[in-house]
Design a protein around this ligand. Sequence first.
Ligand code: AMP
Length: 112
Amino acid sequence: METLFTKIINREIPANIIYEDDQVLAFHDIAPQAPVHFLVIPKKPIRTLNDLAEEDKALAGHLLLTAQRLAKELGCEEGFRVVMNCNELGGQTVYHIHMHVLGQRQMHWPPG
Ligand code: AMP
């Protein structure tokens, strides 16, 4: 099933894109929860973290390294938070896996 993020990948709806390669896309979150808040998604439409498979190991690593590199490029080298919400109980609203990267403010624990 096509999600909002597939439409962003296919340029059917606009997004403020930061980075793209053959495997991943990163763009600013439309409702930022911190001065820096962007999402890193695989182009492969994986619904939730529960659906990640052994064959996706390299892709998962690439998502993390992309998050790390872009966080640095956007001035978050002193610290940032990476969040992946899984399913309704985890707070997921878009069923195409994505990493939230938040930075440039003090983060607190526990999250809401
Ligand atoms: P989650 O609740 O973890 O599934 O996160 C989905 C995120 O997608 C939320 O933080 C939304 O603000 C964000 N979002 C929804 N629509 C768009 C959009 N068109 N462009 C950028 N971010 C979006």
